[in-house]
Design a protein around this ligand. Structure first.
Ligand code: ZN
Length: 252
């Protein structure tokens, strides 16, 4: 997946109350790390929504829809065999390297706005990365299966380690969660590079005029910030797991 916007993974919230209960009721201050991470993600998401909303109302003077802009960009970049299709929902825009499809949400596909064209160009950026064999994108696609399994097992194993008070299980849980953090770390250059390519293409193709570029740039920068926030939040979650594991070993 190479979606436009990071989604917060809040699975840990489900488990977060369990720890204090398993050890008797007392205040688990490391929970504050989760709250801090959640607040950072919410702030980034609010900023992103504010910009996407604002610039979805600013029509582009070219009059091209996001779908038309995407076709033009792919053509100019010499990327063939990639199709541009509509997809339901809001902010669901993404490029899938397996199917070679740029999926654009209604807002981007059928309308002509700075947000729509900016987002379409960003997704084309991913398609161009794919066509060029851009290393971080390839690496990210390759580790997806491992990361999926790792992130599913990380919390159950960690929790089991707490309940059974087995330090090796805690270590395995932390290692598995680190895989998910690593994935987010690799995602960051992939996303920033896609937006950098998008801005360059929007300028060189003349799809957006100079004064229109700043609106598209704000949308793409705000979208990138959601990935930075997601990474930060995951790092805080990782820190929390490490602190809990250390506390557990001291209790033994
Ligand atoms: Zn992206």
């Amino acid at each position: 997946m190479a979606g436009m916007f990071a989604s917060a993974s809040d699975r840990i919230i489900l488990y977060s109350y369990y720890y204090p209960r398993s050890r008797g009721i007392y205040f688990d201050w490391t929970f504050l790390l989760l709250i801090a991470g959640g607040l950072v993600c919410m702030a980034a998401s609010a900023l992103m929504h504010s910009y996407t909303n604002r610039y979805s109302k600013v029509l582009s003077r070219s009059g091209l829809t996001g779908a038309q802009a995407a076709q033009l960009i792919l053509q100019r970049a010499g990327v063939f065999g990639v199709s541009v299709q509509p997809i339901g929902g809001q902010l669901t825009d993404h490029y899938d390297p397996r199917t070679k499809v740029v999926s654009l949400a209604e807002e981007s596909f059928n309308k002509t706005s700075l947000t729509g064209i900016g987002v379409a160009a960003h997704e084309c950026g991913h398609a161009i990365q794919d066509a060029e064999g851009y290393a971080p994108l390839r690496l990210r696609s390759q580790i997806v299966p491992v990361v999926n399994i790792g992130s599913q097992l990380a919390f159950p194993i960690f929790l089991l380690g707490l309940i059974l008070s087995m330090q090796p299980l805690l270590t395995v849980g932390i290692a598995l969660f680190s895989l998910a953090v690593l994935f987010q770390l690799i995602t960051l250059p992939v996303e920033i590079d896609a937006s950098r390519r998008a801005m360059k293409l929007l300028g060189s193709t003349g799809l957006l005029a100079d004064d229109e570029m700043s609106g598209a740039r704000k949308v793409l920068t705000a979208a990138a910030m959601t990935y930075v926030a997601a990474l930060l939040s995951s790092l805080l979650q990782l820190l929390r797991l490490i602190l809990i594991a250390r506390g557990n070993s001291r209790n033994d």
